[in-house]
Design a protein around this ligand. Structure first.
Ligand code: NAD
Ligand code: TYD
Length: 355
């Protein structure tokens, strides 16, 4: 791993991965390619360790000439693909960008890698695709956890677009021999997460004394994964995973959304004695097609590569809340963007009567 291209490296997981990579691979040079959509920000790439080994390129993964030029001119041997439209609620209100970036964008990267890398032989090169547990659909209360061979059954436009991209990545392995790897992971949380997703949304709303919106009955279950554990899993799969293989990555916990929100409130109460943030919780109309439960069986990555999560939910949430409290400039810069306010209005005003 000498020259690494990280797509979507100005987003939440991508920026954590760039940091993790610069720390873990002292010989690697890293190029971030990111379109800086509403979810991406150069604020996420400040204070990188060893920043002279990092280059930022502002561009779109759907731009084939640009991607091909980067692969050739920077002699990229490892491509780690995070760039995506990622928010389920946005995919419900406007699915088109999800098809463009997640499906056409992934296809464009695969084509660029296939052609740019084929001339010299694929050798030790690696195309790593970051995907989600949402491709597997929704579990009932006693269904077994998702395994790598669980049939795909996506239920939101976001999940369907990620499923399509996973199929394309696997097709390039079987058809062209492109050395790919795929990780499907559960819900991430941690520093630098855009505050449209549950955990940072709740932290920021609670800090400003606003209602905390809980979709439906709040008893949906997610398998929460601390972002640094996820970054380490990706690195281990790139280093030692079998080409063409998929690895599930999970956090080994099964709280309801209400549990998560209440845990965040308790941590915030401790930081501001005398406050009772849970009083802000409001049940609001549900998300259409809301998946009830996700659970990841990560036996394969544990037994083959020795990976398992190091953070449990309680410690990960505490670190996350403390990070948001310690970084008010980041929070202010991100939430001051007009697009963020517009999103809150668009997604939550329709639910307002119930907030
Ligand atoms: P994010 O929304 O925080 O960041 C996405 C990044 O991609 C942004 O920096 C954005 O500017 C960039 N981007 C979007 N469209 C682009 C385009 N056309 N060209 C170049 N860059 C573009 O996302 P995240 O939460 O960091 O997720 C990263 C990856 O992990 C995604 O592929 C997502 O599907 C997957 N994933 C995320 C989670 C999670 O809980 N966040 C869980 C499972 C899988
Ligand atoms: P989210 O962070 O959007 O991730 P995903 O939809 O990919 O799982 O949501 C996590 C869970 O929290 C999901 O069940 C939806 C729920 N949720 C709320 O109850 N209220 C909210 O305001 C948001 C954004 C999510």
């Amino acid at each position: 791993m000498h020259n690494v291209l990280v797509t979507g490296g100005a987003g939440f997981i991508g920026s954590n991965f760039v940091r993790h990579l610069l720390r873990s691979e002292p010989g690697a040079r890293v190029v971030t390619l990111d379109a800086l959509t509403y979810a991406g920000s150069l604020e996420n790439l400040k204070d990188l360790p060893d920043p002279e080994r990092h280059t930022f390129v502002h561009g779109d993964i759907c731009d084939l000439p640009l991607v091909t030029t980067i692969l050739r001119e920077r002699d990229i041997d490892t491509l780690v693909h995070f760039a995506a439209e990622t928010h389920v609620d946005r995919s419900i209100l406007g699915p088109a960008p999800f098809i463009q970036t997640n499906v056409v964008g992934t296809f464009t990267l695969l084509e660029a890698a296939r052609t740019a890398w084929a001339a010299a032989g694929y050798g030790t090169r690696r195309f790593h695709h970051v995907s989600t547990d949402e491709v597997f659909g929704s579990l009932g209360p006693s269904d077994p956890a998702f395994r790598e061979d669980t049939p795909y059954a996506p239920r939101s436009p976001y999940a369907a677009s990620k499923a399509a991209s996973d199929h394309l990545v696997r097709a390039y392995f079987h058809t062209y021999g492109l050395p790919v790897g795929i990780t499907n992971c559960s819900n991430n949380y941690g520093p630098y997460q855009f505050p449209e997703k549950l955990v940072p949304l709740i932290i920021l709303k609670a800090l400003s004394g606003k209602p905390l919106p809980v979709y439906g009955d709040g008893l949906q279950v997610r398998d929460w994964l601390y972002v640094e554990d996820h970054c380490e899993a990706i690195l281990q799969v790139i280093r030692g995973g079998r080409p063409g293989e998929t690895y599930n990555v999970g956090g080994n916990n099964q709280p309801t959304n209400l549990d998560v929100i209440q845990q965040v409130c308790v941590i915030l109460d401790e930081k501001n004695p005398g406050t009772r943030h849970a009083e802000l919780i409001r049940m609001v109309p549900d998300r259409p097609g809301h998946d009830r439960r996700y659970d990841m069986d990560f036996t394969r990555i544990r037994t083959e590569l020795g990976w398992q999560p190091r953070h449990d939910l309680a410690s990960g949430l505490r670190t996350t809340v403390e990070w948001y409290l310690a970084n008010p400039e980041w929070t202010a810069a991100i939430s001051a963007q007009p697009a963020y306010g517009e999103w809150l209005e668009r997604n939550y005003d329709q639910r307002e009567g119930n907030i």
